[in-house]
Ligand binder design. Structure first.
Ligand code: FE2
Length: 308
């Protein structure tokens, strides 16, 4: 019985989401009918039911599910009319060359004494800003190349796109996975996955710290969720632009370029890494993990749909 209630709750949410999206009149009627049906089944489930009645509900829900699937196939799989795709993209995506420096979710001095205000200010306002500018420039140049069908400089602008894009996205994660309320140990799902893969938090922390200490050049240590392996992994990115080619979702990223710590720690990178753990915002890392796993499930569903 519980599984039906759970499913009905989920189905109600879908209906509400669909009703918020622009729909044609006929589709609205259909969605409203589903909602009424869901409410009706919900009411029936609240009573004591005979076995036959439960089986009937099961049949009705299956029929509803088939309608859903048909509806989604119509909506997402039918060939798009000219211009439709562009309009859709324009409503959800960052416009080409329109990336902006994100605001820090705390004050520049909030991570003191572990990371000093001056470094944070420089790192965010100068270094990160230059990635945003570089990414916008590369996107615009590539758009120009597409319009002119002139790709003589494509290698250069692709490199700029990867270098500045990885810089912008990784720094955006980096700011959010730190917090003045940070430190301590991860809990919940993240703790479970860390234990499963690394055999415990201290083994993971040691592995991640050593990876960060030993990465060369413009480097990062990154905790990722590997959708294919179905578990966590620690990676080094020696040139951060290389990451943009990898099919992974960064969860926890530590910036070990000198500008992230040099004013306070000079050449003592290990001390910076040691202290950095005091500002890790595990709630945010956990949220990223849950998000990454949800994406994986969407992919799984799509694959099983395709193989039918
Ligand atoms: Fe940086």
């Amino acid at each position: 019985m519980e599984k039906y209630l759970e499913y009905l709750q989920q189905a109600k949410k879908w209906c509400d989401e669909l009703l918020r999206m622009p729909q044609e009149a006929g589709q609205m009627v259909l969605i409203e009918r589903w909602k009424a049906k869901i409410n009706e089944i919900n009411d029936r489930l609240a009573k004591d039911l005979e076995r036959d009645e439960v089986l009937e509900i099961d049949r009705e829900l299956q029929a509803l599910n088939e309608e859903w699937q048909h509806f989604y196939r119509e909506m997402y799989d039918k060939p798009k009319e000219a211009g439709e795709e562009e309009r859709e993209e324009a409503s959800t995506a960052v416009p080409i060359g329109g990336h902006k420096l994100p605001r820090l979710p705390y004050a520049y001095d909030a991570l003191e004494p572990y990371i000093d205000e001056t470094t944070m200010r420089l790192h965010h306002q100068k270094h990160h800003q230059s990635y945003v500018d570089g990414l916008n420039k590369a996107e615009k140049e590539l758009a120009k190349a597409r319009r002119a069908n002139d790709f003589a400089l494509v290698k250069h602008w692709e490199r700029e796109l990867a270098f500045n894009g990885a810089g912008h996205y990784l720094h955006s994660i980096f700011w959010r996975i730190m917090n003045p309320r940070g430190g301590g140990k991860p809990t919940g799902e993240l703790e479970k996955e860390i234990n499963r893969t690394f055999g415990g938090f201290s083994a993971f922390k040691e592995h991640f710290s050593k990876a960060a200490e030993n990465v060369e050049g413009g480097g990062w240590a990154i905790l990722v969720w590997s959708p294919q392996a179905g578990r966590l992994e620690v990676l080094q990115a020696e040139k951060h632009q290389n990451l943009s080619q990898w099919d992974v979702v960064p969860l926890l990223a530590l910036d070990v370029w000198e500008h992230a710590y040099y004013l306070k720690y000079h050449n003592k990178r290990a001390d910076y890494i040691k202290n950095w753990w005091n500002v890790v915002h595990w709630e945010e890392v956990n949220r990223r993990l849950r998000e990454a796993k949800r994406r994986e499930r969407v992919e799984d569903l799509k694959q099983s749909e395709d193989s039918k």
